[in-house]
Design a protein around this ligand. Structure first.
Ligand SMILES: [Zn+2]
Length: 125
């Protein structure tokens, strides 16, 4: 059985403690899964670059939540359509008592407890 160098990927004979290619110490337990790598989750290009094409406004989302949170408007704004619909239903069913849910979320947005929209894109100040 051969093992694989963690540094350069060279397949190293079991008899060697060090990689002949780069000199790194090769650990034997890597043998079983020579292709073991992190799951190849590809981040969207804009996240890799740290640039977001359409950041939504934290202030707008927060104010929408505080004033129109009963109707889930801030969640529609952020793309959380399902949650927005749920807030409308909760507000109707509870005769408006449940509208405090949206109000609280609006405050959480303004205080930074909610930092991203439905796509995980950070809200801009
Ligand atoms: Zn190596």
């Amino acid at each position: 059985m051969a093992k694989m160098c963690n540094s350069c990927g060279t397949v190293v004979d079991d008899n060697f403690q060090n990689c002949p290619n780069c000199g790194a110490v090769v650990v034997a337990q890597q043998t079983a899964t020579p292709n073991m790598q992190q799951p190849s989750y590809q981040q969207p290009a804009y996240q890799q670059a740290g640039v977001y094409p359409e950041q939504k406004s934290k202030m707008a989302a927060g104010l929408l939540g505080i004033f129109l949170g009963a109707w889930g408007i801030h969640n529609f704004y952020l793309g959380n359509t399902g949650r927005g619909v749920a807030q409308i239903i909760v507000s109707l069913v509870t005769c408006g008592i449940g509208s405090i849910w949206g109000l609280i979320e609006g405050i959480m947005i303004l205080t930074g407890s909610i930092k991203t929209d439905a796509n995980g894109i950070p809200l801009k100040d």
